[in-house]
Design a protein around this ligand. Structure first.
Ligand code: KIV
Ligand code: ZN
Length: 525
């Protein structure tokens, strides 16, 4: 049975804490630039999330600057920065988020014995001291302090309760208990919270939060178990991206609470109509494709294959659909531009999509639009989204595709010649005869740039249906031991491939120089 959602009481409101830009960005190969992160944060704000965990500012100057830009430019949600317990970490997190209207510092330390003994190589007493000092330090900066006992679900609950009590005594306002390694089961996670509420009655005066990883495919179920046990914040990531098997998927949580509100009695402030668009943006910018049968946002999530189902849906949609596609923002946009549409129409259409594009950015967008409209009769909202995201990826310090020439035939080996603009502005050429046209093309790009990128994955998809659809390419390559993704959009698949490949090279080089400059900073799950 399909159910309609409405807002309930404040006590039943579940805060959506999005960590796509922090835990999600820790997925291998994802490298988002500052502009892309800011755009994602704007979209998360349109989606109506309560908190955006924008990054882990101590880890690199790039991460710091991205969090700072989001704190300055994105309004509405709380903007949160992650920090270990050290004063330097907390200072960096604060300096990055302090310009937000609603800054939050999120500090964490592991409480499981395995993490304390093996990873931190310290004692329980020291962990208590670090937790106390961290929350007290963060509190000097802001009232809004979140504390997480990392690997909480594998921690001895009595000890974790002691650490949580310390964090509360020092003024933490949110306590998040993560299932860091995705090990727990719903009944265990719920029982753990019940025990924590019993051992630490003060938890009833703050927001208690769930943060679940998906190693056993239980992240959403475990999150739900925590919410039914009394938690009122859920940490999640769009499309379920995140360390290893990922985090609980935001869209699944939001639509679960929305669709089953009358049973659960819980609600969120999310604007569900922005879900599809947010999912597309994240997938496009991270290069992480969404599996076709993924709940809520997979392309088959609202498709009916069996004749008996199609027949039922035609007679009455709710026979086989528990959600309406329009609720998540599918099939709602009617924007169509053509080659006679002017700059003004383009700007209006972009505004309708939530992009504010002015000045030189509008000129570039208009030029790209015209190129595409010349080859494609109708330019739709999906095409515009793809073009704008593609432009966002451009950066001055990147390698750019100036021209290419690829000859392919069934009777001789393919030959590719390319012109590549170096970050210095100089244009260099390269050529290669390869096994196939794409192989020859990528090898020619290696020759021109002087970098030996090794292709690991190559995906091509169409932005819309139809033979004239824009092609979207995502590549994953390895360069000098670093994995990086790159994406490209164009009416010509080879052009999209070249753009994607050069962006992956640019991203890999940026990542390698960041690693060299910073040394390794321990990551978290
Ligand atoms: O999974 C985890 O434990 C984390 C913490 C930093 C909250 O990501
Ligand atoms: Zn995590």
């Amino acid at each position: 049975m399909s159910e309609q959602a409405s807002h309930g009481t404040e006590g039943d409101r579940v805060r959506i804490f999005d960590t796509s830009l922090r835990d999600g960005e820790q997925s291998p190969g994802i490298s988002l630039n500052r502009q892309e992160k800011v755009e994602i944060a704007h979209q998360l704000s349109r989606l109506g999330v309560d908190v955006i965990e924008a990054g882990f500012p101590i880890t690199s100057p790039g991460d710091f600057e991205s969090v700072q830009a989001i704190a300055r430019e994105v309004h509405g949600p709380v903007i949160c920065g992650l920090a270990r317990t050290g004063a330097q970490d907390i200072d960096a997190a604060w300096n990055a988020v302090k310009d937000s209207e609603r800054p939050r510092i999120h500090t964490f330390i592991a409480t499981s014995d395995i993490h304390i003994e093996r990873k931190l190589q310290t004692t329980r007493e020291d962990v208590k001291g670090q937790a106390r000092a961290a929350v007290a330090h963060a509190k000097q900066y802001t009232d809004d302090v979140e504390f997480s006992p990392e690997d909480g679900s594998r921690s001895e609950v009595e000890f974790m309760a002691e650490v949580i009590q310390i964090a509360l005594d020092e003024g933490a306002t949110t306590i998040n208990v993560p299932d860091t390694v995705g090990y727990t089961m719903p009944h265990e996670y719920a029982a753990m919270f019940e025990e924590l509420y019993r051992l630490v009655p003060d938890l009833r005066n703050v927001v208690v939060s769930v943060h679940c990883h998906n190693d056993l495919g239980l992240a959403v179920s475990n999150s739900l178990a925590g919410l039914t046990a009394g938690c009122r914040q859920v940490e999640c990531a769009v499309n379920g991206i995140g360390e290893r098997a990922g985090n609980a998927s935001l869209e699944e949580i939001v639509m679960l609470l929305h669709t089953r509100q009358s049973s659960l009695g819980l609600w969120t402030g999310a604007n569900t109509r922005e879900i599809a668009r947010t999912s597309r943006l994240i997938s496009r910018l991270t290069g992480y494709a969404v599996q076709p049968n993924k709940a809520i946002v997979g392309r088959n999530a609202f498709a009916h294959e069996a004749g008996i189902h199609q027949d039922g849906v035609l007679k009455e949609r709710t026979t086989y659909e528990i959600m309406d596609a329009t609720t998540i923002g599918l099939e709602t946009n009617s924007i169509v531009l053509g080659k006679h549409s002017g700059r003004h129409a383009l700007r209006k259409a972009l505004e309708e999509l939530g992009f504010v594009v002015e000045g030189p950015a509008l000129n570039t967008a208009f030029r790209r639009f015209k190129e595409i409209a010349d080859k494609k009769k109708k330019v739709t909202a999906l095409d515009l989204e793809a073009i704008v995201s593609d432009e966002m990826r451009e950066s001055e310090s990147a390698y750019g595709l100036e021209w290419f020439d690829v000859e392919a035939s069934s009777s001789r080996s393919p030959l590719a010649r390319v012109g590549v603009r170096l970050p210095s502005g100089e244009v260099v050429e390269g050529s290669f005869t390869g096994d196939g046209p794409v192989d020859a093309f990528f090898s020619a790009l290696n020759a021109a740039t002087g970098h030996e990128g090794r292709l690991k994955e190559y995906h091509v998809s169409a932005v819309t249906g139809g033979r004239d659809a824009l092609g979207e390419v995502s590549v994953l390559l390895e360069l000098g031991g670093v994995l990086a993704t790159g994406q490209g959009v164009a009416t010509d698949i080879l052009e999209a491939s070249g753009r994607a490949y050069l962006r992956a090279i640019t991203n890999a080089l940026a990542e390698a120089s960041q690693q060299a400059a910073e040394g390794a900073v321990p990551t978290v799950a």
